[in-house]
Design a protein around this ligand. Structure first.
Ligand code: AMP
Length: 143
């Protein structure tokens, strides 16, 4: 898929937003939903997905971009409190050549630990119980 194109409302994140696909959610409001990445690049890797049906950041409205980055910041702070990483990477890919695989706008929040290599993007599926435990900790830190 190229950078520009038509929004496909059958993408997996659209289905999570509509409730037609499952996710281990951390928070949800009228702007965005945050949930655990099931192919995490590190323990605690989670995503903020704005609800606006936009393929990428370039398509997202200014209002939603501003509101989304506030949620990204709040989630990053909760990840810091909950998991005590040494660093946190925030990434957002636009277009397949940039690494985007799901064509609904989203931000990655990826905790990093000193000396721990980053896992492969879209690597192996995580243990669901571990993801739930991480989500519970992050949720508690948000509260
Ligand atoms: P990107 O390459 O930026 O489009 O990232 C898409 C991310 O979504 C990847 O990190 C995937 O591991 C993650 N992902 C794909 N399907 C799901 C799903 N059903 N639930 C949670 N995360 C997913």
């Amino acid at each position: 898929m190229s950078l520009s194109g038509t929004y496909d409302d059958q993408n997996i994140f659209a289905k999570i937003i509509s409730g037609d696909a499952p996710a281990i959610k951390i928070f949800e409001d009228d702007v965005a939903v945050a949930f655990m990445d099931i192919f995490p690049q590190s323990p605690g890797h989670c995503l903020v997905v704005p609800k606006e049906p936009a393929r990428n950041l370039l398509d997202l409205s200014d209002d939603m971009a501003a509101a989304a980055i506030q949620r990204v910041k709040a989630l990053a702070k909760a990840v810091e409190t909950a998991l005590e990483p040494d660093g946190i990477v925030v990434t957002q890919f636009n277009g397949a050549p940039a690494g985007q695989t799901v064509f609904h706008i989203h931000f990655h929040v990826i905790p990093r630990w000193e000396g721990e290599p980053l896992g492969r993007h879209g690597g192996g599926q995580a243990d669901m119980d571990e993801l739930k435990a991480q989500a519970d900790k992050i949720k508690a830190a948000l509260a």
